[in-house]
Design a protein. Structure first.
Length: 94
């Protein structure tokens, strides 16, 4: 795990943006953080356990600093990495 418990941080490597309703909202939070955020992880909508308990990680939005390179696939989570684009690489740029 990136952090030991929900809503925890390990700045400057891992920081908690709060709860986000969608992966796009989490991506936007990372974008607004500027260069401090190199990647994001949205914990998804979560699911209930077999006893009906809610997922404590659900909706959590985490940012990752540039020094954090470990990515672990998880079908319940959504993550993304910022990729710098040159001005010349934009669609329609001449």
């Amino acid at each position: 795990r990136m952090v030991p418990s929900p809503k925890a941080e390990r700045r400057p490597e891992i920081f908690y943006f709060g709860e986000a309703s969608t992966a796009e909202a989490c991506r936007s939070a990372c974008e607004q953080a500027g260069t401090a955020c190199a990647a994001f992880a949205w914990m998804g909508t979560g699911k209930r356990s077999m006893w009906g308990a809610a997922d404590k990680w659900a909706g959590g939005c985490y940012g990752r600093g540039g020094q954090s390179r470990t990515m672990v696939p998880d079908k319940e989570r959504v993550s993304g990495v910022k990729v710098p684009c040159s001005e010349d690489a934009r669609p329609g740029a001449e």
